[in-house]
Design a protein around this ligand. Sequence first.
Ligand SMILES: Cc1cc2nc3c(=O)[nH]c(=O)nc-3n(C[C@H](O)[C@H](O)[C@H](O)COP(=O)(O)OP(=O)(O)OC[C@H]3O[C@@H](n4cnc5c(N)ncnc54)[C@H](O)[C@@H]3O)c2cc1C
Length: 409
Amino acid sequence: MNSPMERVVIIGAGLAALSAAERLRKMEFRGEIAVVGEETHPPYNRTPLSKGLLTGHTSARDLSFRSYTHLDVDWRFGHQALGLDLARRTIHLSSGPDLAFDGLIIATGVRARHLPEAPMDSPHVSTLRTIDDARAIDAMMTKARRIAVVGGGFLGCEIASTARERGIAVTVVDRSATLLHRALGAPIGAVIGDVHRSHGVRLHLGVGVSGWTETPRGARLTLDDQETINADLVVIGVGTDPNTEWLHGSGLDIEDGVRCDATGHVLDTDGIRVEGVVAAGDVARWPNHRFDTIPRRVEHWINAVEMGQAAANSLLAGAAASQFTPIPRFWSHQHGMRIQASGIPALGTGMKILEGSVRDKRFVAGFTRDGDEGSILVGLITIDMPRAMMRWRTSVGHSTIAHESHLMA
Ligand SMILES: Cc1cc2nc3c(=O)[nH]c(=O)nc-3n(C[C@H](O)[C@H](O)[C@H](O)COP(=O)(O)OP(=O)(O)OC[C@H]3O[C@@H](n4cnc5c(N)ncnc54)[C@H](O)[C@@H]3O)c2cc1C
């Protein structure tokens, strides 16, 4: 391929970075590729950190993406990017000389959000984002009899499930009225809550944590309703913040992630596309024109893979880059139950059970929105129906007439 670029630099050595590097080589980019990552580990799979790694079904060795060794790439682990100079086209690093680039891929992901009032320096309180966090939680779980999880999103629910599998008493606290409220909505969140209760998880929903006291064995949480919870270990899973501090002063729009156009090219604070700079993965906020024009971040494993590839394509294509319009996909495992999501269910104004039944906790739920061509299927959530998910997934983005005929087929 003909490309004027001699050196592509990728910042963040995670999944999106690896996927982008692989794609560049697949597209026969023959220039230099340097990947800078602040963690000392080669790229690894984060998804088992809250699941198999804590239950012992997955070993730390299984997390590694071994393909990284086969690429002709200058991997720089344990180095942090501290600044971007767009005029000079250089990256300022935590050590060593500045790194010049012709093309830049930003893939710095997100980090776990802390609660300002929580004693984060306590050995009994942790968030979970990295393999080092998971190892520390695993060690603490070995001794813990009671765990409190603050946050009833996917991460919190998965930690609650793994703790129960290890025979540890678990309490989950969340301000929302149901688990997974934001991602799945109240009706499905209530179903998930029933599954957790039936596995012995105590739920305190609709309340926040108003007080933290350190105790000799762990921590005591006081809730808004004055209830107290004693725990040997508290895991906080209250969301994430994008890793964009190093881009302050660069001129890029970094409000809630790195703002991109529909091709993954980054935008400056005037909304003007910056040539030769793209972003991918959890940190990127872009409009998926399959659904609408609102820029969003998507924190899903499959998105990091697909957007890494798309960012590499866009970088090499330049002005001819095409739009990245995937159907987002996500999965989670809790108490042996497989939850899958496709599309953007939160965009739906209506919900219908398309197959299975809520009572049996095995179903396909379709989320619809009214458009010019009638009702459009914008998202799907399935519980323990993976084959049905594969069949229905192709209907996302189409009118409900199409998917009702699909149901009869
Ligand atoms: C515990 C856990 C469980 C998950 N389970 C699921 C699941 O079941 N299903 C699913 O779809 N998704 C899941 N995910 C989400 C999925 O893992 C992420 O979407 C994916 O890892 C995103 O990849 P990324 O490359 O964008 O970011 P990351 O994997 O976060 O990689 C970014 C890297 O950039 C580095 N970095 C940041 N700032 C700098 C800097 N200034 N200089 C250099 N390096 C920097 C970071 O340290 C990090 O190593 C899970 C995530 C976690 C944490």
